[in-house]
Design a protein around this ligand. Structure first.
Ligand code: NAD
Length: 256
């Protein structure tokens, strides 16, 4: 059980981040939810999680494209035992036409934010004598696809950051690992299915199997619950000697 631990999950008002936050709350951790918005529904999400699992849940607005905001998130939380760097965006374009501002935003949100939050969180972890850093990378942290230069560069970068932080904390009760999901069924992905069905004139099942999961040998999406479960595992005593590595949750994608 993670009772008494405080977990901060960046980019957690939807998708994988919210799924990870749920599983951490289910395991007994107090949770800090985050995104760049500050809407009533963001805070309502925190209240609902708290009520469901009987833990403390707060929503703290911070824009992960801004280094000072990243550090302020950790300071405002007032403690951090588990840091999950999950916030991420995608942009798809050929490298010679890739908009510079999109490149900068992808690198800032998907890579630099983890540098800032980790730098701010390590002193707190050291002070309390325990810590877990889990970076949500991607199959694209280990392999590439065309037209995703910024995303692939950022995800390879976060795998490198993961290894370096692991070495710097190797003799301490702190670990740092990356999870590399393949295609995960999030609301964002679900919303693309009807369009793809129209475009390809295919059934839902065929769009999923033949278009979306073409590179995922299991032909099944990973789920946000499975990713949350992997984070909880990395926080468990069984994972104490797992550090500086990647865990793929990709149905065999990177085995191809
Ligand atoms: P999503 O769009 O549902 O969630 C992204 C989260 O990041 C949201 O909560 C969003 O509000 C937040 N966010 C975006 N910009 C932000 C900013 N500037 N500051 C703070 N928060 C911000 O997407 P998702 O699929 O849940 O992706 C989560 C992570 O998982 C990303 O790092 C993504 O690269 C990675 N990932 C997703 C998949 C997949 O198939 N869905 C696969 C591999 C890796």
């Amino acid at each position: 059980t993670l009772q008494g631990k405080t977990a901060i999950v960046t980019g957690s008002n939807s998708g994988i981040g919210l799924g990870v936050a749920r599983e951490l709350a289910r395991a007994g951790a107090d949770v800090v939810l985050n995104s760049f918005t500050d809407r009533p529904e963001d805070h309502a999400l925190a209240a609902a999680l708290a009520a469901e699992f009987g833990v403390q849940v707060r929503y703290i607005r911070a824009d992960m494209s801004n280094g000072a905001d990243c550090r302020a998130l950790i300071e405002t939380a007032g403690g951090c035992d588990i840091l999950v760097n999950n916030a991420g965006i995608q942009h798809v374009a050929p490298v010679d036409q890739f908009p510079v501002e999109k490149w900068d935003a992808v690198i800032a949100i998907n890579l630099s934010s983890a540098f800032h939050t980790t730098a701010a969180a390590l002193p707190a972890m050291r002070a309390r004598g325990w810590g877990r850093v889990v970076n949500i990378a991607s199959a694209h942290g280990l392999t590439a696809s065309p037209f995703k230069s910024a995303y692939v560069a950022a995800k390879h970068g976060i795998v490198g950051l993961t290894k370096t932080v692991a070495l710097e904390t190797a003799e301490e009760p702190i670990t740092c690992n990356a999870i590399c999901p393949g295609y995960v069924l999030t609301p964002l992905v679900e919303a693309q299915i009807p369009d793809q069905m129209k475009t390809h004139g295919m059934s839902r099942e065929d769009v999923i199997r033949k278009v979306m999961l073409e590179r995922q040998p299991s032909r099944q999406f990973a789920t946000v619950e499975q990713l949350g479960g992997t984070v909880v595992f990395l926080c468990s005593p069984a994972a104490e000697q797992i550090t500086g590595t990647t865990i793929s949750v990709d149905g065999g994608w990177t085995a191809l």
